[in-house]
Ligand binder design. Structure first.
Ligand SMILES: NC(=O)c1ccc[n+]([C@@H]2O[C@H](COP(=O)([O-])OP(=O)(O)OC[C@H]3O[C@@H](n4cnc5c(N)ncnc54)[C@H](OP(=O)(O)O)[C@@H]3O)[C@@H](O)[C@H]2O)c1
Length: 247
């Protein structure tokens, strides 16, 4: 575990948050999730939007601002109603420009079925580009709709995590953020491609039987182990940044 654990109860300025979440010049794959105290990844409405908070949203926006590409599973795209990504906060826009990034992050959607909602397929000139990381079985159909630069086959029947990350890197998209969901995170943890997990723990109990942040087959071995980089306590939420350790 890291020697320094930073606890602060105060709302964080953009600069202070940036110091806590800065990325280095090299490639990184980060995951960002929110969970309730009882381990739920969604509220009763089946969305993570109903369990997040203003503080969590600030970290969420910052992590997006530090990413070249945001990778999201098709299940989350469908459940949360994702469209292409747009940086609206002027402070985040400034951060992106200072770092030499495009104004808006690329959205990379992971799908085996190719079943994507119209909202994400529709071009949006005021938002970031769309990439679809798909199984080769559905790539021809998606290419017909989106053009061949937007569609990347990363496996026969599924999307291999290592191939997906290599393909993003090959396009200069080295700071990779995944916002989930649980099946995608499970597959990427199994493949060992996740370098960091940023997790907000909300001080609420959802009850019921909603999903946890990881859906993966249980086995006799640990899926992953992380070391704590920092812990920020902020407006009742715990903002945790973990880096991949050894299983
Ligand atoms: N708490 C949080 O931070 C958080 C974050 C994200 C999502 N969520 C919640 O999680 C729920 C969705 O859960 P989910 O597990 O269904 O989300 P998901 O992982 O985003 O979606 C699963 C779907 O994504 C595609 N997919 C994921 N991994 C794949 C792989 N390795 N290869 C090919 N396709 C892959 C498949 O799409 P196809 O079916 O198109 O083949 C699969 O059915 C929603 O309720 C959402 O609100 C919570």
């Amino acid at each position: 575990m890291s020697d320094m654990v930073k606890i602060s109860g105060e709302p964080q300025s953009v600069d202070a948050l940036l110091e806590s979440y800065a990325v280095g010049p090299g490639p990184v794959v980060r995951a960002n999730f929110v969970t309730t105290l009882d381990g739920h990844a969604t509220g009763g409405d089946g969305r993570s939007g109903s369990i997040n908070s203003a503080a969590d949203k600030q970290v969420f926006d910052l992590l997006r601002a530090l990413a070249d590409v945001v990778v999201v599973g098709a299940g989350t795209i469908r459940a949360e109603g994702y469209g292409r990504l747009r940086t609206e906060d002027p402070a985040m826009l400034e951060l992106r420009r200072k770092a030499g990034r495009s104004d808006h992050p690329v959205l990379a959607v992971v799908t085996a079925s190719g079943d994507l909602p119209e909202k994400v397929l529709e071009p949006d000139p005021d938002a970031g580009d769309l990439l679809v990381l798909c199984a080769s079985a559905v790539s021809a159909e998606l290419t017909e709709r989106l053009g061949d630069t937007a569609v990347i086959a990363c496996g026969a029947d599924t999307v291999e995590a290592t191939v997906a990350v290599e393909e993003l890197h090959a396009r200069g998209l080295i700071h990779v953020l995944t916002e989930g969901g649980p099946h995608l995170l499970g597959a990427w943890l199994q493949a060992g491609v996740v370098d960091e997990l940023c997790l907000t723990v909300r001080p609420i109990i959802a009850g019921g039987t909603g999903p946890r942040i990881v859906e993966a087959p249980s086995g006799s071995e640990l899926l992953a182990r992380f070391d704590l980089q920092h812990a920020l306590a902020w407006e009742g939420d715990l903002m945790l940044r973990y880096v991949a350790g050894r299983v």
